[in-house]
Ligand binder design. Structure first.
Ligand code: PLP
Length: 318
């Protein structure tokens, strides 16, 4: 068994599991990378550690500073965890309407959570990360400009995000012994898909890279919306725009909230994988790609987060 010097050493190097119950005969094998097993419950632990370490090395983040971030939950929780562990004060700016568990998780790690009023998000709609975060990014920008000793992590445009997931991609490549035919991942701010795509295509340019977005997105990436109209470069664009313009993504598809939730329920009940809604979206589409590719091929995807942060959502209690 592994013994580590600090909890931060538990970030990354997550296991991969082959799906057995939600798959059918006649399709490619599907493997999921269990990012829900990172210490604070999501793949955001990776990017936060990378962003903080780089900012420290560059002298942008120093002892006594406050780390701020705009987040719907996972990045906020990861900043609360890593930032708190490293002795920084943490403030998270969240859109209103997220589950109480997410706020409590951040508070458990010692963060201060600020909820900002936003245009309403329908109960039935899934949330496109960039759209729902825009107001909270604006607040972080104002704070960074006006308040001393404040460092904004800026996950949506920080290159350390993509670099952290380049490592995720290499892990996948080596765990699957180089045999990956397709990779599928939902796009929030884009770091996972872009970083993993760079690693996998660097090893094998024929790997098919598929992005997933919520069918309810107001500005779908699949229809060429790589930034939010009407906002400055400082709070929109970023990784998504660079990734899409690079041509590394072969296709972006839409998955409905209903299909994502149904599949995430099946992953918990049938596969025993305690994961959230975007995991359901990822696997729902990974199975489609696997059916297209057929036996003998291998499709990889990620389970971005843990189900614990959604338990009080009505849609999960049916
Ligand atoms: C639950 C969940 N799934 C998927 C993603 C997508 O990750 P990324 O921001 O790297 O595109 C995020 C984050 O934005 C997330 O919180």
């Amino acid at each position: 068994m592994r013994v580590v010097d600090s909890v931060l050493d538990l970030i990354g190097n997550t296991p991969m599991v082959k799906l057995n119950r939600v798959t059918n005969e006649g399709m490619a094998d599907v493997y999921v990378k269990c990012e829900n097993l990172n210490p604070s419950g999501s793949l955001k632990d990776r990017i936060v550690l990378e962003m903080i370490r780089e900012a420290e090395a560059e002298g942008k983040l120093k002892p006594g500073y406050t780390i701020i971030e705009a987040s719907t939950g996972n990045t906020g929780t990861a900043v609360s965890f890593v930032g708190g562990y490293l002795g920084y004060k943490v403030e998270i700016y969240m859109p209103e309407g997220m589950t109480l568990e997410r706020i409590r998780l951040m508070e458990c790690y010692g963060a201060e959570v600020h909820q900002l009023e936003l245009e309403s998000i329908s109960e039935d709609e899934s949330v496109a990360g960039a759209e729902v975060e825009i107001g909270t990014r604006q607040r972080c920008l104002e704070l960074e400009r006006t308040r001393p000793k404040t460092w904004w992590a800026r996950q949506f445009s920080n290159p350390a995000n993509t670099r952290a997931h380049y490592k995720t991609g290499l892990e996948i490549y080596y765990q699957m012994e180089g045999r990956v035919d397709a990779f599928v991942a939902s796009i929030g701010v884009g770091g996972t898909l872009y970083g993993v795509a760079k690693a996998l295509k660097g090893e094998n340019p024929d790997v098919r890279i598929v992005g997933v977005e919520p069918a309810s997105a107001n500005y779908p990436i699949s229809e060429g919306h790589y930034r939010m109209p009407g906002f400055s470069d400082e709070i929109t664009g970023g990784i998504i725009e660079e990734m899409m313009e690079s041509g590394i993504v072969d296709e972006v598809v839409k998955v409905t909230n209903r299909n994502a939730i149904e599949m995430s329920d099946r992953l918990v009940k049938e596969e025993g994988l305690f994961c959230g809604i975007s995991s359901g979206a990822n696997v729902y589409h990974a199975l489609k790609v696997a059916a297209e590719m057929g036996p003998g091929r291998r499709v990889a995807t990620v389970l971005p987060d843990n189900r614990d942060r959604y338990l009080s959502e009505k849609k999960y209690t049916t």
